[in-house]
Write a protein that binds this ligand. Structure first.
Ligand SMILES: NC(=O)c1ccc[n+]([C@@H]2O[C@H](COP(=O)([O-])OP(=O)(O)OC[C@H]3O[C@@H](n4cnc5c(N)ncnc54)[C@H](O)[C@@H]3O)[C@@H](O)[C@H]2O)c1
Length: 383
């Protein structure tokens, strides 16, 4: 029986933001080993990163094409690849690894075009490979609790959603033209590297996915107003959405809201009550039943559901955060890969990681926002 997986990484050198978070998260449960990588397109930082991470030099590759070819030819080749490179690479890198028979965990957004996402799904299905898209907030323990409460009907039928993801980190881009200082913003504001949207593609899709995960609803159509403030890509967006159960919601996505750092907040309103989850205070969930005072659910306490309890790592009161949310995605993902390798049947929650369909839904959401904004904020079908 196989108990551990080798994996590789594309992107995520020593100066990158999210690659290091992936490596820490993947290591939480001791069932993965980073075995190969192409962390940077330039030889020196790529080598430096491989050495720092203790990789064999022959498994630090000059590019992802060589990596996929050589790893797929090895007996001890990687079981999956994590793609933590800028957006423009996701489709090409994912396709290359799939074609070499390697499972893929890809950062969001899945691809620039919907057709590219659908092509990746087709290849993965034809080859019987697993594919995850890292909408990591759905790995949060109390997001899983929220989903469970909605599924159990605790707040009744969903009648309204109000969700926001507010950041301030690009405020200096307003009116700055090309003269922007923020390191992380450099590729995010370049359409060739980021895609056709910055703010909605980068964080708006997290709103869309987190809401969809908790409620089980899909955005059917939307009306969006996006603000560019003189930049090539959007920095701010207000989006009115209609879900497939006929209810409506408001998504507010911004990188220019002073005073907000990483403010993902999701409020779900039902006929019997409401739920609120705040990413910057992720260990609690506020639940209010009609006519009752608000109850605070704490992660890891005896009253939470099995679904979230089994993802709790340390006793309640010890904060779990972004690393644990990523680690929870990896926990389910690695378990699914091991089950598949060992020929075991999947049971409930074994596929509870963000799927390629979620990735495609995210790309459709971005395109619908752009189309609506272009038409003056008119309603646009997402599918
Ligand atoms: N799920 C989340 O919560 C989350 C959070 C942050 C970033 N992301 C996503 O992760 C991705 C990376 O974002 P980031 O902030 O870490 O970016 P970053 O700029 O900090 O890092 C990008 C890395 O990719 C590497 N890279 C670039 N071109 C490459 C190539 N041709 N071959 C190999 N490596 C290459 C760079 O050297 C760098 O190490 C983006 O798609 C972003 O949307 C997701």
């Amino acid at each position: 029986m196989i108990k551990r997986l080798n994996y590789g990484m594309v992107g995520g050198d020593l100066n990158a933001f999210i690659g290091g978070v992936h490596r820490v998260a993947a290591s939480f449960d001791g069932r993965t080993q980073l075995a190969a990588g192409c962390f940077n397109p330039n030889a020196e930082p790529n080598k430096e990163c491989g050495e720092f991470l203790g990789l064999d030099s022959d498994r630090v590759y000059k590019d992802y094409v060589e990596m996929a070819a050589k790893e797929s030819a090895r007996e001890d080749g990687i079981n999956f690849v994590t793609i933590a490179a800028p957006n423009n690479m996701h489709y090409l890198v994912a396709k290359t690894f799939l074609l070499h028979g390697i499972n893929v965990l890809c950062e969001k957004p899945l691809s620039f075009e919907v057709s590219e996402g659908e092509e990746l799904k087709k290849i993965a299905n034809e080859k019987g490979l697993l594919f995850a898209v890292n909408y990591a907030y759905s790995g949060n323990n109390m997001v899983k609790e929220a989903r469970e409460l909605v599924e159990q009907g605790v707040i009744g039928d969903i009648i309204n959603v109000n969700a926001e993801y507010l950041q301030e980190w690009l405020i200096d881009d307003i009116g700055a033209g090309d003269n922007t200082m923020n390191k992380l913003s450099v590729w995010r504001k370049d359409p060739k590297l980021s895609g056709s949207s910055n703010c909605v593609g980068d964080i708006g899709t997290h709103i869309e996915h987190t809401v969809s995960y908790i409620t089980g609803l899909k955005v059917k159509r939307l009306a969006a107003k996006m603000d560019y403030f003189g930049q090539p890509l959007d920095l701010n967006a207000n989006i009115l959405v209609e879900f497939d159960n006929g209810s409506h919601g408001v998504f507010s996505s911004s990188q220019v809201c002073v005073g907000h750092m990483n403010g993902l907040v999701v409020r779900i309103f039902g006929t019997k009550g409401s739920i609120e989850w705040v990413q910057e205070n992720p260990n609690i969930l506020s639940v209010t039943l009609k006519g009752k005072p608000t109850q605070i659910y704490n992660r890891g306490m005896s009253y939470v559901s099995k679904r979230s309890a089994q993802m709790s790592r340390i006793p309640s009161g010890h904060p779990e955060g972004l690393y644990e949310a990523f680690a929870n995605i990896y926990k389910v993902w690695v378990n699914a890969n091991l089950k598949k390798l060992n020929g075991d049947e999947f049971s409930k929650y074994d596929d509870d990681f963000p799927s390629i369909d979620d990735g495609i839904a995210g790309v459709k959401f971005v395109h619908a926002c752009l189309a609506s904004n272009k038409n003056g904020g008119n309603w646009v079908d997402v599918d």
